[in-house]
Design a protein around this ligand. Structure first.
Ligand SMILES: [Zn+2]
Ligand SMILES: [Zn+2]
Length: 382
């Protein structure tokens, strides 16, 4: 504990920051700015500009290194996620900053970025660049490929509306302006980070603007029910509880312009193509969910939803570990009788014996596998 406080004073705890976004969105500039700031503070920085085998990041790390900056992370394989977790842990105490594409030019999730958006303490999707299509003022969230006969392809940032997955052979020509532009916004965060409050706040804004809204949340049993999206602070928004994604689709009304979805981590993977389809059709889709489960693993469809999002908001909570005080809690701690829950605990526990806390990455604990656990008391998702 003394070490921990001393290291916090010296700002050496270990963290993961991720910058993602389409081409020309300024990811590398953000990375450079972090490196410069660290160097001004006299911290030892190592920079990797080209992808290497993830194991080499550990092997080549100088013992005095306090920050590792990794550019073009889309070129790494999935092992980067565990490697970065190790470097940012309280054993290694390195601040890791990663920049890269989360979607390729076809709009498909690419490389380790979707998972890194989940495991990051700070995840920023750079969405303040404007679409390259003349006259369009919508923020760019996709990378457009222009195929040229000489083979020297060109890439430009575009909005969802002006993105052509196949690649374009010539400049933009279409007149799209009469159609509304849809978008997918994702609000991610651990428990007690205020996700649902933020979702309700944005839905309320749409309601004041007169939009036709439907809100949904996963049902905990098989019946349809009119319920409410409700936060821990008892803010409420009427919502339809649905058992699965097909039921959500079946409940959508023709005139709905805004779709809100809470607790999206419990939905099946087919929520991803549905959210994309609705946003491409011009609807405004707002999704909130837990991006990590109680073991710190990406939760359900959240990684892919975050990758596809036009706008990502990753919220943090205050760490509830006694004496920590970090406002960068991004992990959900499950406790049974005051003890950390173990890896054999069911993924979803409804009511009953478990309690939850928000924890920072250094105070997130995974308990031992317990023999004769009382899991029969819990309701579980199949
Ligand atoms: Zn555009
Ligand atoms: Zn903490």
């Amino acid at each position: 504990m003394g070490d921990f406080l001393a290291d916090r004073e010296r700002r050496r705890l270990g963290s993961l920051t991720v910058y993602s976004g389409p081409t020309h969105s300024g990811k590398t500039k953000k990375l450079d700015a972090e490196v410069e700031r660290a160097q001004r503070q006299g911290r030892q920085v190592q920079r990797f500009t080209e992808p290497v085998a993830p194991a080499r990041l550990l092997e080549d790390r100088h013992p005095a290194t306090e920050m590792i900056a990794i550019d073009r992370a889309e070129g790494y394989d999935g092992r980067l996620v565990a490697t970065v977790e190790e470097m940012a842990s309280s054993r290694s105490r390195v601040d890791v900053v990663v920049a890269g594409w989360e979607l390729d030019y076809r709009g498909q999730p690419q490389g380790p970025l979707p998972e890194l958006l989940c495991t990051a303490d700070v995840a920023v999707k750079l969405d303040d660049g404007v679409c390259a299509s003349p006259g369009c003022r919508i923020p760019a969230s996709r990378t457009q490929r222009f195929i040229r006969p000489d083979g020297a392809d060109r890439f430009a940032p575009v909005c969802r509306r002006h993105h052509d997955r196949q690649g374009r052979t010539s400049a933009f020509q279409e007149g799209w302006f009469e159609e509304p532009a849809g978008s997918l916004e994702v609000i991610a965060g651990c428990m007690f980070s205020g996700k649902t409050q933020e979702l309700i706040r944005r839905l309320d804004q749409e309601r004041y603007a007169g939009a036709a809204i439907q809100a949904f949340k996963p049902a905990l049993d098989d019946r349809y029910a009119i319920e409410a999206v409700a936060s821990h602070r008892d803010l409420r928004f009427p919502a339809i509880a649905v058992p699965d994604v097909e039921a959500l689709r079946a409940q959508l009304r023709e005139d709905t312009r805004v779709v809100g979805i809470d607790e999206a981590q419990f939905l099946e993977p087919s929520i991803v193509p549905l959210a994309e389809e609705l946003a491409d059709r011009g609807l405004h889709v707002l999704v909130a969910g837990l991006e990590l489960d109680f073991l710190g693993r990406p939760f359900g469809p959240m990684a892919l939803l975050m990758a596809h999002a036009d706008r990502l908001t990753k919220l943090q909570a205050s760490c509830q570990f006694p004496g920590c005080g970090s406002r960068q809690a991004t992990r959900t701690q499950r406790l049974h009788g005051g003890r950390p829950a173990g890896p054999d605990d069911p993924l979803v526990v409804i009511g009953g014996a478990a309690t939850y806390q928000a924890r920072c990455r250094h105070h997130h604990e995974i308990g031992a596998a317990a023999a004769g656990s009382d899991s029969s008391l819990h309701l579980q998702f199949a």
